[in-house]
Design a protein around this ligand. Structure first.
Ligand code: FAD
Ligand code: UDP
Length: 372
């Protein structure tokens, strides 16, 4: 009946569905959740598009992916510029001249560079071996102590000395007055929310929600020539080699009867004592306005808590360590033997993909399938 059954209505599934349908294939998309869009799902509360599974900022250097998403939504000019709150002291992120000026009173890039060099030398670090040493050698001891140490330990649940140096290298350090958190050429938030964008991707395609693939696998399989599976790879094989681990996040979302709680989309709490890592105020992704440009009277905030993951919790970030890497490789051997099933996306490939990356791999996969 169908050429393709697509398990998962997230970005990977939606992009494959669009491309295959446009090439004349008959496609059925299912998702066990009661909504489309996977983890980029946004839901309207008090006129505000709330990012239910964590804040999502679209950013990319890939021009063709940027043009692709712009077919399905208009993007606004949002630029991610989080603020760090250390015991009531506010600093600009990522680390830049505003941060250095606030921390040390330095005014020129030379003064800032000299201050960092002085602190790096005093700490005696030449060849950083862990996150603590890497952070101090990049930005000095003061910034490490106030803006990195507590936040990182809360986020990863272990001391900075025990974490790999590369994690902190993701953050830009700039000797310019530039608060843009990302180094991407293109950035923004889809106007009207991500759900609306994915709805537009799935326009005209049959979608069945509240449908768990495993509850009815044999029957669903019998209806399609091929299956594109975007759920967890270990779940597909009934965890027979053991379960892959994830890092989890818990969100506490609240509607507040005031127009402005923190004046910014993201505020990171960088001390060790505040239990949450950051607070997202969703309306500022769209400049506090509804689609007609009116100010919104209320606000919605989400506190984010980093938490240990256990089987049954929502899988968020794959854990990039040796143990999980090896287990994934073993599952991949099994996956490659399944002739009818293609495994894709963040959970199907157990890979931390940003949205633009997941769209790029889905576009490639759809093109490959259409060529075969
Ligand atoms: P998903 O969105 O997870 O979709 C998989 C779908 O499969 C789900 O809807 C699930 O319900 C469904 N499914 C699973 N099993 C079954 C089953 N048995 N039967 C039926 N359906 C099933 N990226 C950015 O570019 N910028 C950001 O700012 C950003 N922030 C992020 C913040 C957080 C907290 C997280 C976790 C990720 C963030 N990302 C961000 C990454 C982004 O979320 C992913 O790139 C993207 O959502 C991956 O899409 P996907 O289709 O692979 O997976
Ligand atoms: N980080 C920090 N303080 C901040 C923001 C980030 O110390 O205010 C560190 C933290 O270790 C984090 C890393 O920088 O894991 C990378 O930051 P990013 O925002 O990419 O974190 P993610 O949420 O993607 O892990």
């Amino acid at each position: 009946m169908y050429d393709y059954l697509i398990v998962g209505a997230g970005l990977y599934g939606a992009v494959c569905a669009r491309q295959l349908t446009d090439a004349g294939k008959k496609v059925l998309v299912i998702d066990k959740r009661s909504h489309i869009a996977g983890n980029v799902y946004t839901e309207k509360m008090e006129g505000i598009n709330v990012h239910i599974y964590g804040a999502h900022i679209f950013h990319t250097n890939n021009k063709s992916v940027w043009e692709y998403v712009n077919r399905f939504s208009v993007f606004n000019r949002f630029t991610n510029s989080p603020v760090a709150n250390y015991k009531g002291e506010l600093y600009s992120l990522p680390f830049n001249m505003y941060t250095f000026n606030k921390m040390w009173g330095v005014v020129t890039p030379e003064e800032a560079a000299a201050k960092i060099e002085e602190q790096r030398k005093a700490a005696g670090i030449d060849n950083p071996q862990n996150l603590e040493e890497q952070a101090i050698s990049l930005v000095g001891t003061d910034i490490y102590e106030k803006l990195i140490k507590g936040y990182t330990q809360k986020q990863w649940g272990r001391p900075c000395e025990d974490l790999p140096a590369f994690i902190i290298k993701r953050l830009p350090v700039r000797l310019t007055f530039d608060n843009n958190y990302f180094n991407a050429l293109y950035q923004g938030i889809p106007v009207g929310g991500y759900t609306k964008m994915v709805e537009s991707m799935l326009d005209g395609i049959e979608v069945r929600l509240d449908t768990d693939y495993f509850a009815n696998k044999a029957e669903l399989d019998s209806q399609a020539d091929k299956v594109i599976y975007t759920g967890p790879i270990d779940a597909y094989f009934d965890y027979k080699l053991g379960n892959l681990e994830y890092r989890s996040v818990r969100f506490e979302t609240e509607v507040l009867d005031k127009p402005n709680f923190q004046g910014n989309a993201a505020v990171n709490y960088t001390d060790a004592d505040t239990p949450w890592t950051r607070i997202i105020e969703h309306k500022w992704f769209e400049f506090g306005k509804d689609e007609d440009g009116n100010d919104l009277p209320k606000t919605v905030i989400s506190r984010e808590y980093s938490s240990e993951w256990k089987l049954g919790d929502e899988p968020y970030y794959p854990v990039n360590d040796e143990k999980n890497g090896k287990l994934y490789a073993d599952y991949k051997v099994l996956a490659d033997k399944e002739t009818k099933v293609i495994f894709g996306g963040r959970l199907g490939e157990y890979k931390y993909y940003d949205m633009d990356q997941v769209i790029a791999v889905a576009l490639d996969k759809a093109a490959e399938l259409l060529k075969a």
